[in-house]
Write a protein that binds this ligand. Sequence first.
Ligand code: ZN
Ligand code: ZN
Length: 308
Amino acid sequence: MSSPLLEPLTSLEAHEIPPCEAGESESCNLPTDIVLRSSDGTRFGAHTRNLGIYSHGFPKADSVVHTKDEVVLSEDSDVLMLLLKFMHLQPQPDLSLLSSKLLIKFANAAEKYGVYCATGVCKVMIDLSVNDQPFEAYLYAQRHGYPSILAKAGKLAITQEPAKFFAYAHSIGDTSWRDLAELETHNLPTKEVWEALKQYPDWPPIFGAWYYKRELMRETVFEILKSPIPVQHKGGQMRCADWYPFYIEVLGKMGTAVPSEKIFLQAIESSLPRLNGCGHCHIVINSMKIRMNSLNTIARRPLASFLN
Ligand SMILES: [Zn+2]
Ligand SMILES: [Zn+2]
Protein backbone atom coordinates (compact mmCIF):
# COMPACT_ATOMS: atom_id res chain seq x y z
CA MET A 1 0.00 0.00 0.00
CA SER A 2 2.88 2.38 0.65
CA SER A 3 4.46 2.45 -2.82
CA PRO A 4 1.61 4.32 -4.64
CA LEU A 5 1.92 7.06 -1.97
CA LEU A 6 5.72 7.25 -2.18
CA GLU A 7 5.85 7.69 -5.96
CA PRO A 8 4.16 11.09 -6.17
CA LEU A 9 6.08 12.33 -3.11
CA THR A 10 9.43 11.48 -4.76
CA SER A 11 8.52 13.23 -7.99
CA LEU A 12 7.32 16.28 -6.04
CA GLU A 13 10.68 16.43 -4.24
CA ALA A 14 12.49 16.19 -7.57
CA HIS A 15 10.80 19.38 -8.74
CA GLU A 16 11.69 21.37 -5.63
CA ILE A 17 14.66 23.71 -5.78
CA PRO A 18 16.83 23.02 -2.72
CA PRO A 19 18.11 25.92 -0.58
CA CYS A 20 21.64 27.18 -1.21
CA GLU A 21 24.34 25.39 0.77
CA ALA A 22 27.28 27.29 -0.65
CA GLY A 23 27.06 30.32 1.62
CA GLU A 24 29.67 30.86 4.30
CA SER A 25 28.69 28.60 7.23
CA GLU A 26 25.72 27.55 5.03
CA SER A 27 23.95 30.79 5.87
CA CYS A 28 23.02 32.02 2.39
CA ASN A 29 19.49 33.43 2.39
CA LEU A 30 19.30 34.41 -1.27
CA PRO A 31 16.43 32.71 -3.11
CA THR A 32 17.40 29.74 -5.29
CA ASP A 33 15.96 29.56 -8.81
CA ILE A 34 17.98 26.87 -10.58
CA VAL A 35 19.00 23.28 -9.78
CA LEU A 36 22.46 22.05 -10.73
CA ARG A 37 23.03 18.31 -10.62
CA SER A 38 26.59 17.00 -10.20
CA SER A 39 27.90 13.98 -12.11
CA ASP A 40 27.51 11.91 -8.93
CA GLY A 41 23.85 12.87 -8.66
CA THR A 42 23.77 15.57 -5.95
CA ARG A 43 21.25 18.38 -6.55
CA PHE A 44 22.36 21.91 -5.65
CA GLY A 45 20.07 24.93 -5.45
CA ALA A 46 21.76 28.02 -6.92
CA HIS A 47 21.08 31.62 -7.94
CA THR A 48 21.16 32.44 -11.67
CA ARG A 49 22.07 36.04 -10.84
CA ASN A 50 25.22 34.98 -8.98
CA LEU A 51 26.14 32.51 -11.71
CA GLY A 52 25.86 35.34 -14.25
CA ILE A 53 27.93 37.79 -12.19
CA TYR A 54 30.74 35.47 -11.09
CA SER A 55 31.24 33.27 -14.16
CA HIS A 56 31.58 33.48 -17.88
CA GLY A 57 29.20 30.87 -19.19
CA PHE A 58 28.28 28.79 -16.17
CA PRO A 59 26.42 26.49 -16.42
CA LYS A 60 26.08 26.79 -20.19
CA ALA A 61 29.58 25.71 -21.23
CA ASP A 62 30.07 22.27 -22.72
CA SER A 63 29.26 18.98 -20.92
CA VAL A 64 25.93 20.36 -19.77
CA VAL A 65 22.55 18.72 -20.28
CA HIS A 66 19.48 20.89 -19.80
CA THR A 67 16.33 19.16 -18.71
CA LYS A 68 13.06 20.74 -17.78
CA ASP A 69 13.94 20.89 -14.09
CA GLU A 70 17.67 20.94 -13.70
CA VAL A 71 21.04 21.33 -15.34
CA VAL A 72 23.26 18.26 -15.30
CA LEU A 73 26.99 18.94 -15.14
CA SER A 74 30.00 16.72 -15.75
CA GLU A 75 31.69 17.92 -12.53
CA ASP A 76 31.33 15.95 -9.29
CA SER A 77 29.73 17.34 -6.14
CA ASP A 78 33.03 18.40 -4.46
CA VAL A 79 33.97 20.49 -7.48
CA LEU A 80 30.47 21.88 -7.93
CA MET A 81 30.27 22.99 -4.28
CA LEU A 82 33.59 24.82 -4.63
CA LEU A 83 32.42 26.53 -7.83
CA LEU A 84 29.23 27.67 -6.08
CA LYS A 85 31.16 28.95 -3.03
CA PHE A 86 33.37 31.06 -5.31
CA MET A 87 30.21 32.54 -6.84
CA HIS A 88 29.18 34.27 -3.61
CA LEU A 89 30.42 37.56 -2.14
CA GLN A 90 32.17 36.02 0.84
CA PRO A 91 35.61 34.92 2.05
CA GLN A 92 36.69 32.10 -0.25
CA PRO A 93 37.67 28.53 0.69
CA ASP A 94 41.33 27.91 1.53
CA LEU A 95 42.53 26.01 -1.52
CA SER A 96 45.71 24.94 0.27
CA LEU A 97 43.52 22.52 2.26
CA LEU A 98 42.39 20.65 -0.86
CA SER A 99 43.93 17.37 -2.00
CA SER A 100 46.01 17.88 -5.14
CA LYS A 101 43.53 15.72 -7.04
CA LEU A 102 40.57 17.93 -6.12
CA LEU A 103 42.59 21.10 -6.71
CA ILE A 104 43.32 20.08 -10.32
CA LYS A 105 39.69 19.10 -10.95
CA PHE A 106 38.47 22.39 -9.51
CA ALA A 107 41.09 24.42 -11.40
CA ASN A 108 40.02 22.84 -14.70
CA ALA A 109 36.35 23.53 -13.94
CA ALA A 110 37.04 27.15 -12.96
CA GLU A 111 38.83 27.64 -16.28
CA LYS A 112 36.08 25.89 -18.23
CA TYR A 113 33.32 28.08 -16.82
CA GLY A 114 35.34 31.28 -16.54
CA VAL A 115 35.08 31.63 -12.77
CA TYR A 116 37.83 34.23 -12.83
CA CYS A 117 37.95 34.95 -9.11
CA ALA A 118 39.16 31.33 -8.73
CA THR A 119 41.37 30.78 -11.81
CA GLY A 120 44.25 32.97 -10.62
CA VAL A 121 44.53 31.45 -7.16
CA CYS A 122 44.19 27.96 -8.68
CA LYS A 123 47.10 28.66 -11.00
CA VAL A 124 49.27 29.81 -8.08
CA MET A 125 48.31 26.75 -6.02
CA ILE A 126 49.04 24.31 -8.86
CA ASP A 127 52.37 26.00 -9.51
CA LEU A 128 53.25 25.51 -5.82
CA SER A 129 52.11 21.88 -5.71
CA VAL A 130 53.23 20.79 -9.18
CA ASN A 131 55.36 18.08 -7.59
CA ASP A 132 52.26 16.24 -6.27
CA GLN A 133 50.69 15.51 -9.65
CA PRO A 134 53.07 16.61 -12.38
CA PHE A 135 51.30 14.79 -15.20
CA GLU A 136 47.90 16.30 -14.35
CA ALA A 137 49.52 19.71 -13.83
CA TYR A 138 51.10 19.39 -17.27
CA LEU A 139 47.71 18.68 -18.87
CA TYR A 140 46.17 21.64 -17.00
CA ALA A 141 48.95 24.01 -18.09
CA GLN A 142 48.77 22.82 -21.68
CA ARG A 143 44.98 23.09 -21.86
CA HIS A 144 44.81 26.59 -20.40
CA GLY A 145 48.05 28.05 -21.72
CA TYR A 146 50.40 28.43 -18.74
CA PRO A 147 53.90 27.91 -20.22
CA SER A 148 55.82 28.40 -16.95
CA ILE A 149 53.93 25.53 -15.29
CA LEU A 150 54.08 23.48 -18.49
CA ALA A 151 57.88 23.32 -18.58
CA LYS A 152 58.23 22.60 -14.87
CA ALA A 153 55.45 19.97 -14.79
CA GLY A 154 56.73 18.31 -17.97
CA LYS A 155 60.22 17.79 -16.54
CA LEU A 156 58.81 16.41 -13.29
CA ALA A 157 56.32 14.15 -15.08
CA ILE A 158 59.13 12.70 -17.17
CA THR A 159 61.08 11.62 -14.10
CA GLN A 160 58.11 10.61 -11.93
CA GLU A 161 55.76 8.99 -14.46
CA PRO A 162 57.93 8.35 -17.52
CA ALA A 163 55.81 5.67 -19.20
CA LYS A 164 52.57 7.63 -18.82
CA PHE A 165 54.16 10.84 -20.05
CA PHE A 166 55.95 9.05 -22.91
CA ALA A 167 52.66 7.59 -24.13
CA TYR A 168 50.80 10.89 -23.78
CA ALA A 169 53.48 12.92 -25.58
CA HIS A 170 53.33 10.38 -28.40
CA SER A 171 49.53 10.61 -28.57
CA ILE A 172 49.64 14.39 -29.10
CA GLY A 173 52.46 14.13 -31.63
CA ASP A 174 54.99 15.98 -29.45
CA THR A 175 58.13 14.15 -30.56
CA SER A 176 60.62 16.17 -28.51
CA TRP A 177 58.83 15.55 -25.18
CA ARG A 178 58.21 11.95 -26.30
CA ASP A 179 61.88 11.26 -26.94
CA LEU A 180 62.93 12.97 -23.69
CA ALA A 181 60.46 10.82 -21.75
CA GLU A 182 61.60 7.67 -23.58
CA LEU A 183 65.11 8.15 -22.14
CA GLU A 184 63.60 7.68 -18.68
CA THR A 185 61.80 4.42 -19.54
CA HIS A 186 64.92 2.25 -19.84
CA ASN A 187 64.70 0.84 -16.32
CA LEU A 188 60.97 0.03 -16.59
CA PRO A 189 59.56 -3.40 -17.39
CA THR A 190 58.37 -3.81 -20.98
CA LYS A 191 54.84 -4.49 -19.77
CA GLU A 192 54.55 -1.10 -18.04
CA VAL A 193 55.55 0.80 -21.17
CA TRP A 194 53.28 -1.28 -23.39
CA GLU A 195 50.30 -0.77 -21.06
CA ALA A 196 50.84 2.99 -21.07
CA LEU A 197 51.13 3.13 -24.86
CA LYS A 198 48.21 0.87 -25.71
CA GLN A 199 45.77 3.32 -24.16
CA TYR A 200 46.18 5.33 -27.34
CA PRO A 201 45.04 4.07 -30.73
CA ASP A 202 48.26 4.43 -32.71
CA TRP A 203 50.59 2.60 -30.32
CA PRO A 204 52.01 -0.26 -32.47
CA PRO A 205 54.69 1.62 -34.49
CA ILE A 206 56.01 3.53 -31.49
CA PHE A 207 56.01 0.43 -29.30
CA GLY A 208 57.81 -1.43 -32.11
CA ALA A 209 60.52 1.25 -32.21
CA TRP A 210 60.80 1.30 -28.43
CA TYR A 211 61.05 -2.51 -28.28
CA TYR A 212 63.62 -2.62 -31.08
CA LYS A 213 65.78 -0.21 -29.09
CA ARG A 214 65.35 -2.37 -25.98
CA GLU A 215 66.39 -5.48 -27.93
CA LEU A 216 69.54 -3.73 -29.20
CA MET A 217 70.36 -2.90 -25.60
CA ARG A 218 69.76 -6.51 -24.57
CA GLU A 219 72.07 -7.73 -27.34
CA THR A 220 74.75 -5.32 -26.17
CA VAL A 221 74.42 -6.45 -22.57
CA PHE A 222 74.97 -10.05 -23.64
CA GLU A 223 77.83 -9.09 -25.98
CA ILE A 224 79.58 -7.64 -22.94
CA LEU A 225 78.64 -10.58 -20.73
CA LYS A 226 79.66 -13.36 -23.06
CA SER A 227 83.23 -12.17 -23.61
CA PRO A 228 84.85 -11.42 -20.25
CA ILE A 229 88.49 -10.48 -20.70
CA PRO A 230 91.00 -13.12 -19.58
CA VAL A 231 92.95 -12.10 -16.48
CA GLN A 232 95.82 -14.26 -15.29
CA HIS A 233 95.44 -15.50 -11.73
CA LYS A 234 98.16 -16.91 -9.49
CA GLY A 235 99.37 -20.20 -10.94
CA GLY A 236 98.74 -19.06 -14.55
CA GLN A 237 94.99 -19.80 -14.76
CA MET A 238 92.77 -17.27 -16.55
CA ARG A 239 89.80 -17.92 -14.22
CA CYS A 240 89.55 -18.97 -10.61
CA ALA A 241 87.01 -21.38 -9.13
CA ASP A 242 84.95 -18.48 -7.73
CA TRP A 243 84.38 -16.97 -11.17
CA TYR A 244 81.99 -19.61 -12.50
CA PRO A 245 79.24 -19.46 -9.84
CA PHE A 246 79.39 -15.65 -10.05
CA TYR A 247 79.21 -15.66 -13.84
CA ILE A 248 76.35 -18.17 -14.03
CA GLU A 249 74.35 -16.19 -11.48
CA VAL A 250 74.77 -12.89 -13.36
CA LEU A 251 73.87 -14.55 -16.68
CA GLY A 252 70.74 -16.02 -15.06
CA LYS A 253 69.67 -12.66 -13.65
CA MET A 254 70.21 -10.77 -16.90
CA GLY A 255 68.36 -13.42 -18.89
CA THR A 256 65.07 -12.07 -17.58
CA ALA A 257 66.07 -8.59 -16.35
CA VAL A 258 65.48 -5.22 -17.97
CA PRO A 259 68.56 -4.61 -20.16
CA SER A 260 69.74 -1.27 -18.80
CA GLU A 261 73.04 -0.10 -17.33
CA LYS A 262 71.47 0.40 -13.91
CA ILE A 263 69.98 -3.11 -13.74
CA PHE A 264 73.14 -4.67 -15.15
CA LEU A 265 75.30 -2.97 -12.49
CA GLN A 266 72.82 -4.03 -9.80
CA ALA A 267 73.00 -7.65 -10.96
CA ILE A 268 76.80 -7.62 -10.84
CA GLU A 269 76.86 -5.86 -7.48
CA SER A 270 74.45 -8.32 -5.85
CA SER A 271 76.50 -11.31 -7.03
CA LEU A 272 79.93 -9.90 -6.06
CA PRO A 273 80.10 -11.85 -2.75
CA ARG A 274 80.45 -15.02 -4.84
CA LEU A 275 83.90 -13.82 -5.98
CA ASN A 276 85.16 -13.96 -2.38
CA GLY A 277 87.17 -10.79 -2.91
CA CYS A 278 89.28 -12.13 -5.80
CA GLY A 279 91.18 -9.07 -7.08
CA HIS A 280 91.85 -10.63 -10.49
CA CYS A 281 88.14 -11.27 -11.11
CA HIS A 282 87.45 -7.67 -10.10
CA ILE A 283 89.66 -6.55 -12.99
CA VAL A 284 87.33 -8.53 -15.30
CA ILE A 285 84.29 -6.85 -13.76
CA ASN A 286 85.80 -3.39 -14.12
CA SER A 287 86.46 -3.99 -17.80
CA MET A 288 82.81 -5.00 -18.22
CA LYS A 289 81.69 -1.78 -16.55
CA ILE A 290 83.87 0.28 -18.90
CA ARG A 291 82.45 -1.55 -21.90
CA MET A 292 78.97 -0.54 -20.73
CA ASN A 293 79.61 2.78 -22.49
CA SER A 294 78.50 1.16 -25.72
CA LEU A 295 75.12 0.53 -24.07
CA ASN A 296 74.82 4.23 -23.31
CA THR A 297 75.43 5.04 -26.96
CA ILE A 298 72.30 3.08 -27.89
CA ALA A 299 70.31 4.30 -24.87
CA ARG A 300 70.89 7.95 -25.77
CA ARG A 301 69.90 7.57 -29.40
CA PRO A 302 66.59 9.44 -29.91
CA LEU A 303 63.63 7.16 -30.47
CA ALA A 304 62.90 9.05 -33.71
CA SER A 305 65.98 7.39 -35.25
CA PHE A 306 64.40 3.97 -34.65
CA LEU A 307 61.20 4.94 -36.42
CA ASN A 308 62.80 5.76 -39.77
ZN1 ZN B 1 23.74 31.16 -2.06
ZN1 ZN C 1 89.24 -14.80 -9.60
